[in-house]
Design a protein around this ligand. Structure first.
Ligand code: V47
Ligand code: SF4
Length: 380
């Protein structure tokens, strides 16, 4: 770290670096200064120092699978390559309850710890349908953690069922939902959100749903869609709103920056940002989000090589083994067209980057530390 600082002549960057070393929070204007002026090497050194203080060389992943009940959606976000509007519903898919339960049954003998359920906002798949589905999933697999429904889906299903967010979340929790994924946050700036994410839940509603969930004892994640039409100031504004809520509730597990991919959507004319910008963004996220335990790189989206690099830029988590049923990213032009890795492959990926692979559950309890229990032939 000191050798990096010796090469920095900008007094403001040096002041920010000293603050970070003394664990003093970076302000919004300092965050913006980093985006506008700091080079990758400087940001990486700073972010890596924070990562190592918090997690040493550990890199977390989990064994999960995704269920995407439908890609039919009442909304029409411009960046989305995945949804099929209701009026084009013949191009889309709708899974029956039995099909979804069959997916869960197919994992009967596999040591997965989490199911991630997320999809389009389908007007016929409502709160009570999903509550009963979760109950049936838990009957098949009582040990599994159900991480389900973005705030966008929750906003729609609560409104449609004419219940408050609190009531809706309480019903889902009583039926077995354990936590919320971080999707649907996109970018909080109101004008930009209206431009790219149409009339889906507002930033204030997204934050209110997560705050309510935290109050009810349901933790969640938070995402930020970056690298499209937003400016650096919008990223800082987004992270600032999340950091403020985290101060209040402490209910967020992980921050997940999501790189905008431009294949087959209404924003295909917008160029994608470079890998350098991805790494800078991870590093600034680690520096800025000082009250978030973890920064996750979603490997199917950025690809395995960038995911490995990100581990030296503040990232300590690369999601999970996932499953090839995940379509939201492959349809948007992600690096990985069939995003599935065996546990052995994920462990290898992390170890090749010089880190210690640690399997975690959704709440970051350690399931297996691979430096103490190395990979064996029976690990799948
Ligand atoms: O909200 C949609 C994003 C999100 C594109 O909580 C796109 O553990 C890039 O939130 N380019 C849903 N991104 C996925 C999500 C998620 C994924 C993995 C783990 C977790 C977690 C959450 O996908 C959407 C949106 O921001 N998205 N289209 C696109 N073209
Ligand atoms: Fe629907 Fe989500 Fe796609 Fe928006 S991002 S159109 S809410 S599936």
């Amino acid at each position: 770290m000191e050798s990096v600082l010796n090469n920095v002549s900008d007094p403001k960057l040096l002041e920010i670096a000293r603050k970070v070393q003394d664990r003093i929070r970076v302000s919004p204007s300092e965050g913006l200064y980093l985006y506008e002026n700091a080079e990758l090497g400087f940001l990486g050194a700073l972010a890596n120092q924070i990562r190592e203080k918090r997690h040493g060389n550990f890199t977390y992943f989990n064994r999960n699978f995704h269920v995407e009940p439908t890609n039919i959606c009442v909304y029409d976000c411009k960046f989305c390559s995945y949804s099929r509007l209701l009026k084009h519903k013949n191009d889309g898919w709708e899974m029956s309850e039995e099909q979804i339960l069959d997916i869960v049954r197919s994992y009967a003998n596999k040591p997965v710890t989490e199911v991630h359920i997320v999809g389009g906002v389908h007007p016929k798949m409502g709160l009570h349908y999903f509550a009963s589905l979760i109950k049936k999933i838990k009957e098949i697999r009582p040990d599994i953690h159900v991480k389900a429904f973005t705030a966008v889906e929750l906003h729609y299903m609560c409104n449609k069922a004419k219940v408050s967010y609190e009531e809706g979340l309480r019903i889902l929790k009583e039926h077995g939902q354990d936590s919320l994924p971080g999707g649907g946050a996109e970018i909080f700036d109101e004008a930009l959100r209206a431009e790219i994410a149409g009339d889906k839940c507002t930033a204030a509603e997204w934050l209110e749903i997560h705050e309510t969930a935290h109050r009810l004892g349901m933790p969640s994640n938070a995402t930020m869609l970056y690298g499209h039409v937003e400016k650096f100031e919008h990223r800082i504004d987004h992270m600032e709103r999340l950091r403020t809520l985290q101060d209040k509730t402490g209910g967020f597990n992980t921050f997940i920056p999501l790189k905008f991919r431009n294949k087959d959507n209404q924003m295909s004319h917008v160029p994608e940002v470079s890998v350098i910008e991805d790494l800078r963004n991870y590093a600034i996220s680690r520096i800025y989000m000082d009250n978030f335990g973890h920064i996750k790189a979603y490997w199917p989206m950025i690809g395995r090589s960038t995911a490995q690099l990100s581990l030296s830029f503040g990232v300590d988590d690369i999601d999970g083994t996932i499953d090839d049923s995940t379509k939201i990213y492959s349809m948007a032009g992600s690096e990985e067209q069939s995003p599935s890795l065996t546990t052995a492959q994920l462990v290898d990926l992390i170890a090749q980057a010089g880190k210690i692979p640690v399997e975690r559950d959704t709440l970051y309890s350690v399931v297996r530390d691979y430096s103490k229990q190395p990979i064996t032939e029976e690990t799948v």
